[in-house]
Design a protein around this ligand. Structure first.
Ligand SMILES: NC(=O)c1ccc[n+]([C@@H]2O[C@H](COP(=O)([O-])OP(=O)(O)OC[C@H]3O[C@@H](n4cnc5c(N)ncnc54)[C@H](O)[C@@H]3O)[C@@H](O)[C@H]2O)c1
Length: 358
């Protein structure tokens, strides 16, 4: 790193961590939520899943004492200060929220419903029941993303005017049975993270251009490739380009976020998506313009990565907000709802099609 530059990217941690009760014992809970909480030293007191053997297996691995096959029992036994951490298919999310006690503190996995009507219902439930609620857009807490945010806030790269998120990867969709047969897939379940991230850095877009398409070898999935552009002012470009069907080895697999400003640029590769689920190491680089000097990219070794660190940081922010030590709930349900509006607009754009030629 260049002299005189300091990058802050460590999350604030809670003074009094709360116990956690987990709803859903699927891949992401075992692969990211529980390892993150274990790393942080937080107590997970309960877990439930209708497939109780999955819950039991995670309970055995991560030493969780209470195991249930339904939400009602978990809620009945829950301590008052518990945080409910939900990671289930979006279709069952509203039914679960209905069963939580008033004024609960809740972290729910994206997406916030299957469409904007689902998001409306979830928002209404959270307000009626006075939940302190966040949606787990944990990409905002990836160490490299926090580092980029800090550099941009410090003004180091000048005015941000270009953001590109590119994923050219091979995704093992067969791991998620519930994604087959649903009407919306790639943009709702995957690119939603990137739309949320563009909003996090650039604010609310004026409009969205998008096209999401199938892959000839994945015809059972609604779509697996998307190009999405968010419209801002005339000198801002913000777009997402995803292809989950790049089955041609690792050489040209890509997984990066790039920020360009008037005075510099930042680029990070997110190794997790490459050779998924094994992953490769992340990179973080930046360049600052200096008069007529040839621009030179600097490489920085950051501590931590998307899984599990971003999952720990996302939960930490909710705990801090709930105890009053953090003023802002970064993934507040109100912000997540705006991301759902962008997703809805992306589907509307894709369905409407482009301008006809001739
Ligand atoms: N980076 C991320 O943010 C990320 C990554 C992967 C998945 N996810 C999200 O997490 C959620 C779960 O994904 P996954 O990969 O673990 O899927 P999964 O299919 O592996 O697991 C889902 C689990 O939910 C359980 N379930 C279904 N209905 C339930 C109910 N009423 N109560 C309790 N459990 C119930 C299922 O039995 C299953 O074990 C999805 O919404 C997905 O979008 C987020």
């Amino acid at each position: 790193m260049e002299k005189g530059i300091t990058i802050h990217y460590q999350p604030q941690l809670p003074i009094h961590p709360r116990p956690i009760a987990i709803i859903g014992a699927g891949g992401i809970v075992g692969g990211a939520h529980l390892p993150a909480y274990q790393k942080a030293g937080w107590q997970v007191v309960a877990i439930c899943d209708p497939m109780i053997e999955k819950a039991q297996q995670l309970a055995d691995t991560f030493h969780i004492s209470q195991v249930y096959d339904n939400v009602a029992q978990l809620v009945a036994q829950a301590l008052e200060e518990v945080i409910f951490d939900i990671a289930v298919p979006a279709s069952v999310l509203p039914g679960i929220l209905e069963q939580l006690p008033p004024r609960a503190v809740v972290l729910m996995q994206k997406p916030m419903g299957e469409d904007i009507a689902g998001a409306d219902r979830i928002l209404q439930l959270c307000r009626e029941k006075e939940f302190t609620a966040a949606v787990n857009f944990q990409m905002r807490f990836i160490p490299a993303v926090m580092a980029a945010k800090d550099m941009i806030n410090q003004g180091l790269i000048g005015t941000l005017h270009d953001m590109e998120i590119r994923m050219n990867i091979y995704h093992p969709w067969h791991l998620w049975e519930f994604l087959f047969g649903i009407p919306r897939m790639e943009m709702l379940y995957h690119s939603i993270h990137y739309m949320d991230l563009l909003r996090y850095f650039l604010g609310e877009p004026k409009s969205v251009y998008a096209k999401t398409v199938k892959h000839p070898k994945m015809m059972q999935l609604a779509s697996t490739r998307s190009v999405i552009m968010l419209e801002y002012d005339e000198a801002v470009r913000a777009f997402i380009n995803t292809n989950h069907g790049h089955e041609f080895g690792l050489k040209y697999q890509d997984s990066f976020i790039k920020w360009e400003g008037t005075k510099g640029a930042i680029r990070t590769t997110l190794g997790l998506n490459i050779d998924y689920p094994h992953g490769v190491p992340d990179t973080f680089e930046y360049v600052l313009l200096d008069g007529n000097k040839t621009p030179e990219w600097q490489s920085v070794q950051l501590e931590g990565t998307w899984m599990p660190d971003a999952f720990g940081a996302s939960m930490a922010n909710l705990m801090c907000y709930a105890e009053g030590s953090a003023p802002v709930l970064i993934n507040h349900i109100n912000s997540a709802y705006k991301t759902m509006q962008v997703v809805e607009a992306a589907y509307a754009s894709s369905d409407a099609g482009g301008t006809l030629v001739g």
